[in-house]
Design a protein around this ligand. Structure first.
Ligand code: DGJ
Length: 723
C-alpha cells in the first residue's frame, strides 16, 4: 500500500491490494481523474486524457477558450460553472447563488487514518487528504482517500467547510465522484422488502441517471446502500465489478450517470431530498464514507474484497474473528405468550445440545402482552416474569449458558409510561396526528435529552442484571421528520441528525458495555448496513427463516457482507412466514452458513430432536471458524436456477466446505455437476464424504456430482482437508 505524489505530472497515485487509483491537478487547478483499476506501474497517464472541446461547451468562469469542466473527469463534480453532470456538492451562499469551483490548495499523506467524529468508518489504511477551495466564497472541501494492503478497496469521503465570512447552506453533500471511462456497463443493485431483503437486480446503464435511494431515515430493506457497476456479462468469476457501499444508516442515494461523451459518473452519499444544512463561517460537515471495491475477476472477487475490508477494518476487532454465541431465541416459539416456566422449559429443551446462549426476545418489559404497548418502559414485567429478569437469568446461568435480552431502544408505544410523561419525545409535528406503524412511534434521537433517557434506562437493565448478549431491534420507519426545539431552518437536517443520534446511542450503550455481545435487527434485515456492522458484529438477516427463501436472501446479502455478519436461525416448520415445510437437515445447513442459532419452541423437543440438534451443532462447531473467517465462493445462484451452491475456503486453503442445495427433486433431470471453487489447484484434498483424496485442480475442473437426498429442498455438504 502506498500513496505517492509525482511533482512532474502533479499526479497522485494510490496503490492498495491489487488496485491503483490515480488523478492529477490539471491546468484549471481542479483534481482530474486518470485511473481506477487493477494495479499498474506508475506512468504519466495524461497521454490518454479525453478532451472534447465543442463549441456548445462553456468555459470555466473567467477563462474563455479554456477546457470546460464538463470535459473533465472530476474527483469531485460541482455545480453551476459549466459541468451539467450530477454534482457531488451543491451549496447556496448568503446572497442566494449556488456556484462553486473546487480548486486545488494542498495535500497531506496521513499514516494514521483519521476517524470521522461521531460517525463510523473503516479503521486503518494510509490516507490522502486533498484540500480544495472555492476562489471566491471560501467554501472548502477536503477529499479523503484510503487504501489497504489486505483488501482491494478504496475508501472515500469528503469534509465540507465554510472558510468564508458569510453562512453557506449545503443543499447536497455527497461523499465522492468517480468517473468511469465508458458507460457501456450494467448496474447491479439490491432491492427488497420485509422478509425479502437484498435481492439482486441488474439493469443497463443508459444516458441519464440510474439510482438507488432511501428516504426512510434508515438504510432500509427497500433499496440497499450499495451499487455495483459491471462490464456487460460480468459473472461470478469474470468481468469487471466496481462496488460502492456506503457506511451509513440513514437516507442515502447512489447514482450512476451515462453522459453524452459515452463516459459514466458515479456519485452518492447522504440523501439530498429533504436535506439542507447551513454552515456558519468556520463550521464543517463530514459526509459518510463510501467503500469502493474493485475486481476484474467478477462479482466473487468484489464480494471477497468487501468481506476482507469489513472483517479487518470495520467489525469490532474483538468480535470479528471470534467464535459467536450459538443461541436459542424464543420469538418464533412463543412470540409474546410466555412466562417464567415456559422460558425455563425452552432452556431445558436445549441443555446438552451445545447451544450456549438463551435470548429472551420481545415482551419481557412494561405491560407488553402484544405489540400495542410498553415500548420505552425498560422495566421488567414481573407479572409475566415472576422473580424478574434475575430469575430467568440465574436459571440460564445455572444451566451453563449465557443470557441475552431484546430491546428496541429507539421506539415508544403510545400506551407507555414514557410516552405519557414525554409525548414530545416521539418524533412528530405539533398539532398534527402521527402516523402509526406496528402501533408505535419513533423516539427523536436528534435530541440529547431523549438519548440520555434511553441510555439511562437501557444501561440500568444491563448493569443490574447478568446479561451477555443484546438483540437491538428497530421495527418501523420514520415519518413526520421534525424535531421539537430545532429552528425551522434546521428541520431538513433531521435524517442525518437521526443517524448521528443513533451512532451516539450505539457508542454509549454498545461501546460502553464491551463485555456484552450486541446483535442488530430491524424488523428482520431492514437496517443491515456497514455503519450498523461497525457496532453489531452480526445482524439479523431477515424475519423470513424459511430455508428456501433464505438461500436467496443470504446470497444477495453475501454480495457485500461476510457470512459472519449474517445472523441465521433454524426455525420450526411449517415456516411462520411462508407456510413451507423444509427438511430439518436442510434448515440447519442453510442457517449454519452464518452466525447461527435456533429459534423455535425447544420445550417441545423430543429426545430425537435434541440428539439431531446436538449433531448439527457438532458439525457447525467443527467448521465455524472456517465459515466465519473463510473466503466465500458463490457457485450456483438460487435466483436464476434451482440450485444454491457455495464453497467456503480457509485463507491458507488447507480446508474447505462445499454446500449444495437443490430446490426440487425429480426424476431423470439433467445431471447436476458442481465445480468446486477456491481450492489450491496444486494441493491434494481429502474429501470426507467421498472417502477420496483428489488434487484441487481435479475437484475444480472435473467437479463432482452432489448426492442430494431425495425430495424437495434438500442439501448435502462436503468437507475438504488438504493433505
Ligand atoms: C422483529 C424481529 O425481526 C424479530 O426477530 C422479533 O425480534 C420481533 N421484531 C419482536 O417484536
Amino acid at each position: 500500500m502506498s500513496i505517492t505524489f509525482v511533482p512532474s505530472s502533479s499526479a497522485f497515485w494510490l496503490d492498495g491490494k491489487g488496485v491503483s487509483y490515480a488523478f492529477f491537478i490539471n491546468d484549471l487547478g481542479c483534481a482530474e481523474h486518470l485511473y481506477f483499476g487493477a494495479q499498474i506501474p506508475h506512468a504519466d497517464l495524461r497521454y490518454a486524457r479525453t478532451s472534447g472541446a465543442q463549441s456548445t461547451l462553456t468555459s470555466p468562469p473567467g477563462k474563455d477558450g479554456a477546457e470546460s469542466y464538463q470535459n473533465v473527469p472530476p474527483e469531485i463534480a460541482f455545480f453551476g460553472t459549466g459541468d451539467y453532470r450530477e454534482p457531488c456538492v451543491q451549496i447556496e451562499t448568503a446572497q442566494g447563488d449556488r456556484l462553486c469551483e473546487l480548486l486545488y490548495r494542498s495535500y497531506e499523506i496521513l499514516k494514521e487514518k483519521p476517524p470521522i467524529p461521531g460517525m463510523p468508518s473503516l479503521r486503518g489504511g494510509e490516507t490522502l487528504k486533498l484540500c480544495l477551495a472555492d476562489p471566491v466564497n471560501g467554501f472548502e472541501a477536503d477529499l479523503y482517500y484510503t487504501v489497504y494492503d489486505d483488501a482491494s478497496v478504496i475508501a472515500r469521503r469528503v469534509v465540507y467547510r465554510n472558510g468564508g465570512t458569510q453562512p453557506i447552506a449545503l443543499r447536497r453533500a455527497y461523499s465522492f465522484s468517480l468517473p468511469l471511462p465508458d458507460m457501456c456497463r450494467e448496474a447491479l443493485t439490491l432491492h427488497g422488502a420485509w422478509a425479502k431483503e437484498r435481492q439482486p437486480e441488474r439493469i443497463p446503464l443508459h444516458h441519464g441517471v440510474v439510482s438507488v435511494d432511501s428516504k426512510r431515515t434508515s438504510s432500509s430493506a427497500t433499496l440497499h446502500p450499495f451499487l455495483a457497476i459491471l462490464t456487460p456479462g460480468t459473472t461470478e468469476t469474470s468481468g469487471t465489478a466496481i462496488g460502492f457501499s456506503l457506511v451509513y444508516s440513514s437516507s442515502f442515494v447512489l447514482k450512476a450517470e451515462g453522459n453524452p461523451d459515452g463516459t459514466a459518473l458515479v456519485t452518492g452519499g447522504i440523501q439530498d431530498f429533504d436535506f439542507r444544512w447551513t454552515l456558519a463561517p468556520g463550521e464543517e460537515f463530514a459526509a459518510p464514507e463510501c467503500v469502493i471495491a474493485y475486481s476484474d475477476e467478477g462479482l466473487g472477487a468484489m464480494s471477497r474484497a468487501y468481506h476482507d475490508a469489513y472483517r479487518e477494518h470495520l467489525i469490532s476487532p474483538r468480535a470479528a474473528h471470534a467464535v459467536r454465541p450459538l443461541l436459542i431465541n424464543n420469538w418464533e416459539g412463543t412470540q409474546f405468550s410466555f412466562d417464567l416456566e415456559k422460558l425455563k422449559a425452552i432452556v431445558d429443551g436445549v441443555v446438552g445440545t451445545g447451544i450456549d446462549t438463551f435470548v429472551l426476545d420481545d415482551g419481557w418489559f412494561g405491560k407488553r402482552e402484544d405489540d400495542t404497548t410498553g415500548l420505552g418502559d425498560w422495566v421488567v414485567n414481573e407479572k409475566k416474569l415472576v422473580g424478574g429478569l434475575r430469575a430467568i437469568s440465574e436459571y440460564v446461568h445455572e444451566k451453563g449458558m449465557r443470557f441475552g435480552l431484546w430491546f428496541e431502544p429507539e421506539m415508544v408505544s403510545e400506551d407507555s409510561d414514557l410516552f405519557r410523561a414525554h409525548p414530545d419525545y416521539a418524533i412528530g409535528v405539533p398539532d398534527r396526528p402521527r402516523c402509526y406503524s406496528r402501533h408505535q412511534f419513533v423516539l427523536d434521537l436528534t435530541r440529547k435529552e431523549v438519548r440520555d433517557t434511553i441510555v439511562e434506562s437501557v444501561n440500568r437493565i444491563l448493569h443490574e442484571n447478568r446479561i451477555e448478549y443484546v438483540k437491538w431491534d428497530f421495527n418501523r420507519n420514520v415519518t413526520e421528520s421534525f424535531s421539537f426545539g430545532r429552528a425551522p431552518g434546521e428541520q431538513q437536517q433531521f435524517a442525518h441528525r437521526y443517524a448521528l443520534g443513533l451512532y451516539d446511542l450505539c457508542e454509549r450503550i454498545i461501546r460502553a458495555n464491551p463485555d456484552i455481545f450486541f446483535e442488530g435487527c430491524a424488523g428482520g434485515g431492514a437496517r443491515f448496513d456497514p455503519a450498523m456492522l461497525s457496532y453489531f458484529a452480526q445482524i439479523w438477516t431477515s424475519d423470513d427463516t424459511d430455508a428456501e427463501e433464505r438461500t436467496k436472501i443470504q446470497y444477495g446479502t453475501s454480495l457485500v457482507y461476510p457470512l459472519s455478519a449474517m445472523s441465521c436461525h433454524v426455525s420450526d416448520c411449517p415456516n411462520q412466514q411462508t407456510g413451507r415445510t423444509v427438511p430439518l437437515a436442510t434448515r440447519a445447513v442453510i442457517a449454519h452458513l452464518g452466525a447461527t442459532g435456533y429459534e423455535l419452541d425447544a420445550s417441545r423437543f423430543t429426545d430425537e430432536d435434541r440428539a439431531e440438534t446436538a449433531r448439527q451443532i457438532r458439525e457447525y462447531r467443527a467448521c465455524q471458524r472456517l465459515i466465519l473467517n473463510g473466503d466465500l465462493y458463490r457457485i450456483d445462484d438460487p435466483h436464476t436456477g434451482g440450485f444454491f451452491t457455495v464453497s467456503v475456503v480457509s485463507k491458507d486453503k488447507s480446508e474447505a466446505i462445499l454446500v449444495c442445495y437443490r430446490r426440487f427433486g425429480s426424476v431423470n433431470n439433467p445431471i447436476k455437476r458442481v465445480y468446486m471453487a477456491g481450492l489450491d489447484p496444486a494441493r491434494t484434498y481429502r474429501v470426507a464424504e467421498l472417502g477420496l483424496t483428489l488434487p484441487g485442480a481435479v475437484l475444480m475442473r472435473r467437479g463432482l456430482v452432489p448426492a442430494y437426498p431425495d425430495g424437495d429442498f434438500t442439501a448435502v455438504v462436503y468437507h475438504f482437508t488438504a493433505c
